[in-house]
Design a binder for this molecule. Structure first.
Ligand code: MG
Length: 229
């Protein structure tokens, strides 16, 4: 039992630790409207985890039948980022502090695995989740060559936790994030904190799909004791 105990729980940031996805979606949509690009609010939740360039290219191919140039990507992503920053810091996700506390109470290490490199949120982590995510237990956009859905971010997270896949649980809200964790061989919980269709995270490879971080906080203590035992 002890040798199979869960040693680490790997948490995504946007849409898991922070309720930041509505702001990202709103920022993308405002940029698209201003630039005459057709887009819908909900679709950004499906694209979460893609690079800015990749998301912009989806729109360009759909609307203009070509990819965006490097200059266009830089300009449009700049507008999106400025929109997001103008909304102020996003709220902490309901239930997330309780879920992180459950991990620590259970004697496991929380680890951050985010594709984001957004300094404003990363700097807020210590205040909102004191002691949970010290710099040596963070994987951000700056630590990886291949982002989600490549398994690299979650594999790096395991390395930073000193754990192997069977000793860990991964928590992500986006299809691409779930795919990344699942490809890293980790038991993956998809938490549908946005408007994704029920079942979509299971289809992306999640071992379990929940509809809130509160539900995760409730179930984590038993999962950490039972998983792989
Ligand atoms: Mg996310």
């Amino acid at each position: 039992m002890t040798e199979n105990k869960i040693k680490a729980v790997l948490f995504d940031m946007d849409g898991i630790l922070y309720d930041s996805m509505p702001g990202h979606a709103r920022a993308w949509l405002a940029m698209c409207r201003a630039e005459g690009i057709d887009a819908e609010y909900d679709e950004f939740f499906a694209y979460e985890g893609r690079t800015g360039a990749s998301t912009i290219n989806i729109f360009f191919r759909r609307q203009f039948g070509r990819g965006a140039t490097e200059d266009e990507v830089k300009r449009l992503y700049g507008i999106k980022s400025a929109n997001f920053a103008s909304y102020g810091p996003p709220p902490v996700m309901q239930g997330a502090p309780e879920a992180v506390a459950a991990v620590m109470d259970g004697g496991a290490l929380p680890v951050l695995v985010t594709g984001s490199g957004q300094a404003s949120l990363l700097e807020k982590l210590e205040k909102d989740y004191p002691g949970a995510f010290p710099p040596e237990r963070r994987v951000t956009a700056h630590d990886v060559v291949h982002g989600k859905p490549d398994p690299e971010p979650f594999l790096k997270g395991l390395e930073k936790a000193g754990a192997v896949a069977a000793e860990a649980i991964a928590v992500d809200n986006a299809p691409l994030g779930v795919e990344s964790a699942s490809r890293a061989g980790i038991f993956t919980i998809g938490v549908r904190t946005g408007p994704l269709r029920p079942g979509s995270l299971l289809e992306a490879g999640a071992d379990m799909e929940l509809d809130s971080m509160n539900a995760l906080a409730d179930i984590l203590p038993s999962l950490m004791a039972d998983e792989n035992s």
